[in-house]
Write a protein that binds this ligand. Structure first.
Ligand code: GDG
Length: 750
């Protein structure tokens, strides 16, 4: 307390002392000399007046030669308290008349002009001396000397100084006090604002007041920090300090989404029943989306709605088109939707894969948009929306919509089930606004997507591209920091949720990497010490397969010692092969492989082995474990799960991952050899570097990547989205309970 008052008095006294010192050092001396100058000027005038008054009578008395009269006149004149003495000198400098008070030391002041040096400092004090030369009939009659007492000036000057100093002191005190008061009030106001901001009252739009203008930059910084912190917290993402796994996901569903139904919609089904001469067989499609969502569905037992595309699919469903899956250990329901050939051609091959797929990937393949495809796309989206509505047990299910095949679905579902929590995840990249602007139905697509409660992308970059696109083409309000879009009275949270894989459990009896190595080399007819590279992709032009082979060719040119010692195996699962673009691409790849193989082959040796067929997951894993290097060289990819599958397969902590900088995975797997797939020389050098990398370095890199993929797995991907959904549902419940479902908050119309 004492310290505080000492500080306060110091704050008060310090400026005051400064003002007074400044005043004493500069203002007072200046003031003194100014006052003296004013009074001297007054005395000059006065002396001129008095001497003019006395002049004529004096000349007359001189004429009359009456000294008594002159002396009387002089004595009368000095009765004025300020006129101290008078004297008259003859033209030849004789002091002819003077009052008794006239100081002898002044004499006749010969040689000084009438107004020169008027102030004289005598022992009795300062005096003002003025001399007036009297003329008569054109000749000098003498000099009249007037001596004014100046002590009164000193007295007045001292008084004036006293008043002025007093006034200044008062002023200084008043100014200091006002300054301190204002500063104190502003400080209090500022502190109060900061406190309110920290309590969140001024920070968010939901607060009652906006922050004062001077606080706005600080508020904005604080908001960014909080959102960043919040995001980091969410990204750290472990539940109760544990890593995400099927059990943590299940407990999240039970705890935060108790009893809520989960519906998944995707085009591709997780299990395809195929009629073969040996009976019905079950196939797993080659799809990153299926890989990820299947793991989540096993954990949360919902219903998955997808296109029934297998030749035996109809034969394996019940009356409601349901089939329990996985076939060997059912844990959720697959609901199949049937599409005609025309629907599939227009919606899937046409609009989705000839239009949106190349539109969203920068792979330099031109998108094709046809009105007839669009019409099918709208129709099929409505078919799936109807299926969701039919499957829903309540008016507020949690619906997880997958990918670019269903951009219109969120809005269609919302129209019938306004309370549904709709999470849409876009598995492929989102382009910049200019590129997206090519789509003739861009507004309809964006409008459809903004029917979602939550909209997810793999990377912050895709999320930002989407927000920029919405900003460009729709009338919306975007809160960049909170990453929300308010559109038509409804709010959509736009987030990035990097997808991943389920971390594989150890499989009893699985061959170890050394055995896998031997097995694959044996199958390919290669010696034990032969070096192997592996690529696993859908046979798609976005995956950079051509560039990968060109890098292999260049590496063999640059390092001929590798010829005969290294083979690259490419597994290319057939995909969308009815489309011209894919057929052309496949033909191009085959021709390239043939050319490279002809160039470097000798005997049975071929540098590239192309296996353009679907493989089982176990087979893929064996290849991953057998290879020295895995190449993922996509020209553009949302995430790319192959990169993560390779890492997960390498429990021997060996093997090198070459990863394109244009994949979402490159943002997480920094220990991979990151390449620009368009830079063939670089690709060649990195391939060589991978093949010659010391075991220790491989281990260091692989260990770090394995730890990341293990923790940042697919359960975390789904868990974070469902956590966000649960949070929004909880908020909505509270809002509707207290009857405050507002249009501008996070509430949605009931
Ligand atoms: C999209 C986005 C995003 C491949 N061949 C076979 C086979 N596969 C499996 C792989 C992997 C999956 O397919 C491919 O996943 P990617 O992520 O690499 O690529 P897309 O299919 O294009 O997936 C992509 C993904 O969605 C998830 O969001 O990462 O960016 O384009 O799992 O192992 N699987 C089987 N046989 C094969 O021959 N069984």
């Amino acid at each position: 307390m004492q310290l505080k008052s000492a500080k306060l008095s110091l704050r008060f006294l310090l400026p005051l002392a400064c003002v007074l010192i400044l005043f004493g050092a500069i203002a007072i001396p200046y003031l003194e000399s100014a006052i003296e100058r004013w009074f001297v000027r007054d005395l000059d005038m006065r002396a001129r007046l008095v001497s003019t008054t006395l002049e004529q009578p004096l000349l007359n008395y001189l004429d009359e030669q009456s000294p008594q009269r002159i002396t009387d006149m002089f004595d009368r004149a000095i009765q004025d308290e300020r006129l101290f003495a008078l004297a008259f000198c003859t033209p030849d400098g004789q002091l002819a008349y003077k009052t008794a008070t006239y100081p002898a030391s002044l004499g006749c002041r010969q040689g000084s002009g009438d107004d020169a040096n008027p102030v004289e400092r005598l022992p009795q004090g300062p005096v003002h001396v003025s001399v007036k030369t009297l003329n008569q009939n054109g000749a000098v009659a003498g000099r009249l000397i007037l001596v004014h007492d100046m002590s009164f000036i000193e007295r007045r000057s001292a008084n004036t100084k006293k008043y002025i100093i007093g006034l200044f002191a008062l002023l200084a005190v008043a100014v200091s006090a006002i300054t301190i008061l204002v500063a104190h009030m502003s400080w209090r106001g500022w502190i109060d604002s900061v406190r309110e901001m920290l309590r969140g009252e001024l920070l968010f739009r939901s607060g009652r007041r906006a922050p004062p203008p001077e606080m706005a930059p600080l508020a904005s910084d604080l908001r960014s920090l909080l959102y960043e912190y919040h995001r980091e917290q969410k990204e750290a993402g472990a539940v109760d300090g544990r890593t995400w796994n099927p059990d943590t996901l299940k407990s999240l569903l039970q705890r935060d989404l108790a009893g809520d139904q989960i519906l998944v919609v995707s085009n591709r089904e997780p299990y395809i029943h195929v009629a073969t001469p040996d009976g019905v067989k079950v196939q797993r499609p080659a799809s990153g989306l299926v890989t990820a969502v299947e793991a989540v569905m096993r954990a949360c037992s919902g219903t998955w709605i997808a296109h029934g595309a297998g030749s035996a699919d109809r034969a394996t469903v019940d009356q409601e088109d349901h089939v329990p899956v996985p076939p060997d250990n059912p844990s959720y329901t697959l609901r199949r939707v049937w599409l005609s050939k025309e629907e599939e051609a227009g919606y899937y091959y046409g609009f989705a894969n000839e239009g949106l797929w190349p539109l969203c990937h920068i792979a330099h393949v031109r998108p094709v948009f046809r009105s007839s495809d669009w019409a099918e796309y709208v129709k099929v989206n409505q078919r799936f929306a109807d299926a969701v509505i039919r499957e829903a047990h309540s008016d507020n299910p949690v619906v997880l919509i997958q990918d670019y095949h269903f951009a219109l679905l969120p809005r269609m579902i919302r129209a019938v089930l306004p309370k549904a929590t709709i999470i849409t995840f876009w598995h492929i990249p989102w382009p910049n606004p200019e590129s997206f602007g090519i789509c003739p139905w861009r507004e309809e697509i964006l409008d459809g997507m903004l029917g979602s409660t939550i909209l997810g992308f793999h990377t912050p970059f895709h999320r930002k591209n989407f927000l920029d696109t919405v900003d460009r083409y729709l009338e919306t309000r975007i809160e960049t920091e909170a990453s929300t879009v308010s559109y038509g009275g409804q709010l959509t949270q736009v987030e990035h949720y990097p997808i991943s894989i389920a971390w594989p459990e150890p499989v009893p009896g699985e061959p170890d990497p050394a055995a896998s190595r031997a097995q694959i080399r044996h199958a390919l007819g290669l010696p034990e010490d032969h070096l192997l590279g592996i690529g696993v992709d859908r046979f798609d032009y976005t995956k950079g397969i051509v560039e990968r082979f060109q890098a292999v060719e260049r590496m063999l040119e640059l390092h001929p010692e590798m010829v005969g010692k290294f083979t690259f195996v490419q597994i290319a699962a057939p995909t969308r092969s009815s489309l011209d673009e894919y057929q052309n691409f496949e033909a191009r790849v085959r021709a390239l492989v043939q050319r490279i193989n002809q160039r470097f082959s000798s005997g049975s040796y071929q540098p590239i082995v192309l296996k353009a067929e679907h493989h089982g997951q176990d087979q893929l894993r064996t290849y991953f474990r057998a290879a020295e290097v895995c190449s993922v060289t996509s020209l553009h990819d949302g995430m790319n799960l192959v990169a993560k599958e390779f890492i997960a397969a390498r429990d021997d902590e060996q093997g090198v991952l070459i990863l394109s900088q244009f994949t979402g995975a490159a943002r997480e797997l920094h220990e991979a050899l990151i390449v620009n797939p368009y830079h063939i020389e670089q690709g060649a050098e990195e391939l060589y570097r991978a093949l010659t990398m010391p075991d220790v370095e491989q281990r260091e890199r692989m260990r770090s990547m394995r730890s990341r993929v293990r923790d940042f797995n697919v359960y975390r991907w789904a868990g974070r989205m469902l956590q966000d959904a649960a949070r929004l549902r909880q908020r909505e419940r509270v809002m509707s309970k207290i009857g405050k479902l507002s249009k501008d908050g996070l509430g949605r119309p009931t």
